[in-house]
Design a protein. Structure first.
Length: 67
């Protein structure tokens, strides 16, 4: 089984919050005002955050999940 998951490049994130506004599952938060972080238990891998990110530093990765 494959699961999609958002991943933020923390070294390039400027914590603008654009991704937070579009996430339908509230799976993204800003960590200490420095960068966005994804709550893997909430993320559904829809890709809206990646499309909205003005710096294009969010990717949607496919993860292998045990059956």
């Amino acid at each position: 089984m494959v699961r999609r998951m958002a991943k933020v490049d923390k070294s390039l994130c400027v914590a603008c919050g654009s991704c937070i506004k579009v996430c339908p599952k509230q799976a993204i938060s800003i960590y200490r005002g420095v960068y966005a972080q994804v709550d893997e238990s909430k993320c559904i891998g829809c890709g809206l955050c990646a499309k909205e990110c003005p710096a294009s530093i969010i990717t949607i990765n496919k993860l292998e999940v045990g059956a």
